[in-house]
Design a protein around this ligand. Structure first.
Ligand SMILES: Cc1cc2nc3c(=O)[nH]c(=O)nc-3n(C[C@H](O)[C@H](O)[C@H](O)COP(=O)(O)OP(=O)(O)OC[C@H]3O[C@@H](n4cnc5c(N)ncnc54)[C@H](O)[C@@H]3O)c2cc1C
Length: 295
């Protein structure tokens, strides 16, 4: 059976891994140049920032086992028990899943169906597993996927900053109200270089939505102002940039692990099926693999 998986984030790779472990040979198409999707890391000369997911937790046994083997515990003050981080970068969390898989990078694909098969470029496939953001899935497979209209995803503006002097701030601060949702000392996570300190700051979903279309160049200064308001004053800044996540965190999930077309040849999944967390992506990916293996 020829299987194409669109997207090399946690959903796509957990699906591909399970299929490969069962002896199948899926091909993974990824539009960017690297693995991980929103498990993302930005590198500059001396600095690294995990500008997407900040930490991971497990509610279920299979993901807990995976984290215990492939992530490092991270227990900043004030965090509940059981936080993990990929090390030395968040996208290292998916690297073991991708071992030995056929992953094609720089491939922005849109599968097309004829009477018998799916086409991706010159390739023909019996099954397609889509893990693209729900908004893109709606366009890509329009007409087939009514249930997807219920799902909602909030954006997130992210600031990546480094200062001349170290700060005495706590390693992690988060809030459910106000303009900022998260301030984290990235360099305090396991396996990171501790100096210079790197900080990742997430704006709240409301602020991010209100400022979604601002120029990218204007975002760092606006977010530094929010940080100043939250922390009093800032040391001199050596680096500041911002990233706009248009589809960051699910606010209304689908409520089931994936959607399948009537003939079972197309499976659509992603974290947004079950929630807003990396574990939801893991579960969605594995449920799609199970559906292919046990139709
Ligand atoms: C700012 C932010 C903070 C977060 N914080 C946390 C946190 O602390 N803890 C937590 O558990 N979760 C957090 N999350 C959520 C977590 O990152 C996601 O739940 C998880 O990474 C989603 O994985 P996924 O594979 O479903 O989607 P994605 O990671 O988005 O993967 C989809 C992949 O598909 C690729 N793609 C898209 N379209 C195409 C196409 N047409 N062709 C080929 N490839 C395509 C993309 O490039 C991407 O690699 C956060 C997310 C963001 C953005």
């Amino acid at each position: 059976m020829r299987i194409a998986i669109v997207g090399a984030g946690m959903t796509g790779l957990s699906c591909a891994r399970m299929l490969a472990d069962a002896g199948l040979e899926p091909i993974v198409f990824e539009k960017s140049r690297g693995l991980g999707g929103r498990l993302a890391t930005r590198r500059t000369d001396a600095l690294r920032f995990d500008h997407g997911a900040q930490f991971v937790t497990a509610r279920g046994e299979s993901f807990r086992r995976y984290l215990e083997q492939n992530a490092q515990p991270w227990q900043p003050e004030g965090a509940p028990e059981g936080w993990f981080a990929g090390a030395p970068s968040m996208n290292d969390l998916v690297r073991p899943l991708a071992e030995g898989l056929d992953v094609w990078f720089d491939e922005l694909v849109a599968p097309v169906r004829d009477r018998v098969q799916w086409h991706i470029g010159e390739g023909l496939f019996d099954r397609v597993v889509s893990t693209v953001p729900v908004t893109q899935a709606r366009n890509m497979f329009s007409g087939m996927m009514d249930p997807l209209t219920e799902v909602e995803i909030a954006p997130c503006w992210t600031l990546m900053a480094a200062f001349v002097e170290p700060t005495d701030w706590p390693d992690m601060w988060r809030a459910r109200e106000g303009d900022l949702a998260w301030i984290g000392r990235n360099s305090a996570k396991p396996g990171r270089v501790e100096t210079p300190e790197s900080w990742v700051v997430h704006a709240s979903p409301e602020w991010s939505r209100d400022h979604l279309e601002i120029e990218k160049e204007a975002a760092p200064e606006l977010m530094l102002n929010l940080l100043r308001e939250a922390r009093g004053s800032l040391p001199d800044i050596v680096y500041a940039s911002a990233h706009r996540w248009r589809y960051a965190m699910t606010t209304t999930a689908l409520g089931r692990s994936h959607v399948a077309s009537e003939d079972g040849s197309l499976l659509i999944g992603g974290d947004w099926c079950l929630g807003a967390r990396v574990e939801d992506a893991w579960e969605s990916g594995r449920a799609m693999a199970a559906a292919i293996l046990n139709p």
